[in-house]
Design a protein. Structure first.
Length: 227
């Protein structure tokens, strides 16, 4: 397989994939055991496809066989590569998938978080916003015309999730405790007055029935797409 170039210090690589179309080759016995505990056959197949694809991608970065790629889970539930060797411990990544769309962000020496959401018009998004969004975000969302609110909701949701995942705090950080932009035409950004320095948010190009965002720590990066 053709190797992927190692991310430069000013780069973040975004891999966009549809795992369902790929054969499942590179999964460990532990991953198969985890999949067997899933009752939904579709979720089981998706889990194996995602893991197989991850192993193929990181095998191409690390110049090793996909079967030799090893993952560990950090204290806050964020996965990382446990392969050792020159530069390998510096590779940071974050994964998100929704329906059949998978996004993987990869960088060297900087934290990254990514989130993709497929639009579901049937969910009670106003009720969710009242729980998960900050007061400022709620005010901006509910001030929009009704037909613009679903898009603003998913735009906000993806941006907040990306930042929480980049921090490795997706399970413990209160999503209502910080603000992001959500109004139409407004670039993705953290706007909380006491926001931590050195963080950037970006919208990621995905099909029109999805919304996706990337959070990056450090200097303003160049984003490279790999399909």
């Amino acid at each position: 397989m053709t190797p992927f170039p190692w991310p430069q210090q000013n780069e973040v690589h975004i891999h966009r994939a549809v795992p369902g179309i790929n054969p499942i080759h590179y999964v460990s016995s532990d991953e198969r055991s985890r999949a067997d505990r899933l009752l939904d056959p579709c979720k089981k197949k998706s889990f194996l496809a995602y893991r197989s694809l991850l192993r193929e991608i990181f095998g191409r970065y690390l110049r090793i066989e996909p079967e030799d790629v090893h993952f560990e889970i950090g204290e806050q539930g964020k996965p990382y590569l446990s392969n050792t060797g020159v530069n390998k411990e510096q590779l940071q990544f974050n994964l998100s998938h929704s329906d059949t769309m998978l996004l993987l962000a990869v960088a060297a020496d900087r934290e990254v978080g990514i989130d993709v959401e497929r639009v579901n018009i049937d969910i009670p998004f106003t009720d969710i916003a009242r729980i998960a969004f900050s007061l400022r975000e709620q005010q901006e969302l509910f001030a929009l015309p009704g037909q613009l609110q679903p898009a603003a909701f998913y735009r906000c949701w993806a941006r907040k999730e990306a930042y929480m995942k980049a921090c490795g705090m997706g399970f413990v950080m209160k999503s209502a405790g910080f603000d992001v932009t959500l109004l139409p035409g407004t670039p993705a950004a953290l706007i909380t007055p006491n926001k931590p320095p050195g963080w950037h948010l970006f919208d990621i190009t995905v099909p029109e029935d999805y919304y996706a965002a990337l959070a990056v720590e450090g200097p303003l990066p160049v984003i490279r797409y790999f399909d």
